[in-house]
Write a protein that binds this ligand. Structure first.
Ligand code: HPA
Length: 272
């Protein structure tokens, strides 16, 4: 596995001499941030050996290397999800490539449903912790000692300093950034209302189908993580109407402006 990761790293280095310090994962409908990257080198996932080509709606599928206010970054436009049928280690292939490229700080974005009814569609929320309810982990199997330890600590998986940086950046541009616990659901079906009641009882504020495998792989490698979630809808059963994937994408697209503004304010402050 590590040889596949390093082959991808070699191909990326052949195409660009950028040495990214910060990685950004752009979720459904949230790809607009990549347009703000200076001197971009865009590499379609299909050109990178071993990189899974994203099939999810609203995911473009390319790695963009460049910089933002002098900070070298690598942005993944589109990600793989477990619900696509990929094994968990394949889902996190790109994260491991970013880590081997030298990324030590990772900002993940996603779209989510709100379980906590004090959140509203369109709002950005920093994830403070997670519940892994996807039934698997990318770390299952023989441990790759070159990447990290067998039993990585997940106490501060969502780095408190990065969360404070994100709150400060949000305040500078007049945005409130509250925090919540994110439950990772396998999907691809949205949750039932009963499942949402269960998730609420378990302590979840938000629910989505991504991010957690990536955070597990990143923490395994010692990469600091921040995850910013865009609430696209109230979770199933909270409102009288059914959930609609097109609506989720549309709201994600509408919130992309605020998220892009926040990332542009935040990322230049993130060199560890
Ligand atoms: N559930 C799961 N994933 C999601 C949701 C949701 O309600 N909204 C956006 N992604």
């Amino acid at each position: 596995m590590i040889d596949d990761v390093d082959s991808a790293v070699a191909e990326i280095r052949r195409r660009s001499s950028h040495a990214p310090a910060v990685g950004v994962v752009l979720g459904s409908g949230l790809g607009a941030f990549a347009d703000a990257i200076e001197e971009p080198v865009e590499i379609p996932y299909g050109d990178i050996p071993g990189w899974p080509v994203a099939t999810a709606l609203g995911h473009a599928g390319a790695l963009v290397l460049g910089s933002l206010a002098g900070v070298p970054i690598a942005a993944m436009k589109g990600r793989a999800h477990l619900y696509e049928g990929l094994p968990a280690p394949r889902v996190v292939f790109g994260i491991r490539v970013l880590g081997r490229l030298g990324v030590d700080t990772l900002v993940l974005t996603n779209a989510c449903g709100a379980i906590d009814t004090s959140f509203s569609p369109g709002e950005l929320v920093a994830i403070s912790d997670h519940l892994n309810l996807q039934g698997t982990s990318p770390l299952v199997g023989p441990n790759e000692d070159a990447l990290g330890p067998r039993f990585p600590d997940m106490t501060n998986a969502y780095d408190p300093t990065l969360r404070a940086d994100a709150r400060a950046a949000a305040a500078r541009i007049g945005l409130e950034l509250r925090e919540g616990v994110y439950a990772a659901w396998l999907g691809p079906a949205f949750e039932t209302p009963a499942e949402i009641r269960m998730l609420r009882a378990l302590g979840a504020d938000l629910v989505g189908m991504s991010t957690v495998p990536e955070v597990l792989a990143a923490r395994h490698m010692g990469i600091r993580c921040l995850a910013l979630s865009c609430v696209t809808n109230m979770a199933a059963g909270i409102l009288p109407e059914p959930l609609d994937a097109d609506h989720v994408l549309r709201v994600g697209g509408q919130a992309a402006g605020a998220l892009t503004d926040l990332l542009r304010e935040l990322v230049p402050t993130l060199t560890a």
